[in-house]
Design a protein around this ligand. Structure first.
Ligand SMILES: Cc1cc2nc3c(=O)[nH]c(=O)nc-3n(C[C@H](O)[C@H](O)[C@H](O)COP(=O)(O)O)c2cc1C
Length: 288
């Protein structure tokens, strides 16, 4: 049976790809994921907050770029584990050298600004595609939904205009008119839409007086929302569609494909079961 698919214009032997996460932090793990059958992989995100104006100035020797860097407002990366921009570029190069499957870099962004020049650096480092992890907390009561969406569209245009490699945009489901917004992102040139980004859980440690942020692992019940979002867009957008969230079994992949997904991204099931999850559920789908 031919399970080949095309995602972001890139032909893949089957639709199972490794989603953005620390799974791809280690080059040996990356090789194992490829050996076990992953069709492609997305690296964990580099966060906008980590790309400071100074670093940009160093990269581009151009003060005008650093002037336009805007301060991010939330969704801070974990300072203990996130990579700096130079380390991230080096990681892209190392992963590209280690595997033959497509490697997609990921940028988490909140504001438009000079930092988007960094997208080009990721392309030059060898990324086959870029996934933009687009998030806006929308917590300012003086900013309207239309303004927030305008800003997000500006980011997509800015990044898209700098790239020759395909651009995927990972969205949250939190829009009043999600399908309308996704259509605008599509019209603005995104080559793919990833549905959906999962936000960190936020809790409060009342004894330590601390905010606790965590990313809980999913189960198949969380596939419902991505399925609905994908079904709403399938056949209505030019961009290819990837489901992210709650893909744990072969049946989940079939459901995602049935509603129109070109690719399915796996994270939690790989973190829980290891890379062999590909071999057990998708081993038959390997190349060759
Ligand atoms: C530990 C962990 C780290 C993650 N880091 C990122 C990240 O850096 N960028 C991103 O876009 N998504 C990140 N995600 C979200 C995943 O890419 C994915 O969208 C989410 O986990 C839902 O897929 P799943 O149900 O297969 O886990 C992370 C998820 C986990 C569990």
């Amino acid at each position: 049976m031919n399970l080949g698919t095309t995602y972001l214009g890139i032909p893949l032997p089957h639709p199972l790809i490794v989603g953005s996460s620390p799974l791809t932090d280690d080059v040996d793990n990356v090789r194992e994921l490829e050996d076990e059958g992953a069709a492609a992989l997305v690296l964990r995100s580099l966060y906008e907050e980590d790309i400071t104006g100074e670093q940009l100035a160093a990269f581009f020797s151009a003060e005008s770029h650093s002037d336009s860097f805007a301060e991010a407002s939330s969704y801070a990366p974990d300072p203990e584990s996130s990579l700096g921009p130079e380390e991230y570029l080096e990681h892209v190069r190392r992963v590209k050298a280690a595997v033959g499957i497509p490697v997609m870099a990921s940028l988490n962004c909140v504001t438009s600004g000079g930092w988007t020049l960094y997208a080009q650096m990721l392309e030059q480092a060898g990324a086959d595609a870029l996934e933009l992890n687009l998030y806006h907390a929308a917590s300012d009561p003086t900013t309207s939904g239309a303004e927030v969406e305008r800003e997000m569209i500006d980011i997509v245009s800015e990044v898209k205009g700098r790239l020759r490699i395909p651009l995927a945009v990972k969205l949250t489901p939190f829009f009043t008119a999600f399908a309308h917004f996704a259509n605008r992102v599509d019209a603005d040139g995104a080559d793919g839409l990833v549905l959906f980004m999962r936000l960190h859980r936020v809790d409060i440690d009342v004894l330590e007086l601390e905010v606790i942020r965590s990313l809980a692992l999913s189960d198949s019940s969380q596939l419902q929302l991505p399925l609905r979002g994908t079904a709403a867009l399938a056949g209505r957008v030019k961009a290819s569609l990837a489901v992210s969230g709650g893909v744990h079994t072969g049946l989940d992949v079939i459901k995602a494909t049935m509603v129109g997904a070109h690719a399915t991204q796996l994270v939690s099931t790989l973190l829980m079961n290891g890379a062999s999850r590909f071999a057990s559920s998708a081993g038959r789908w390997r190349r060759g």
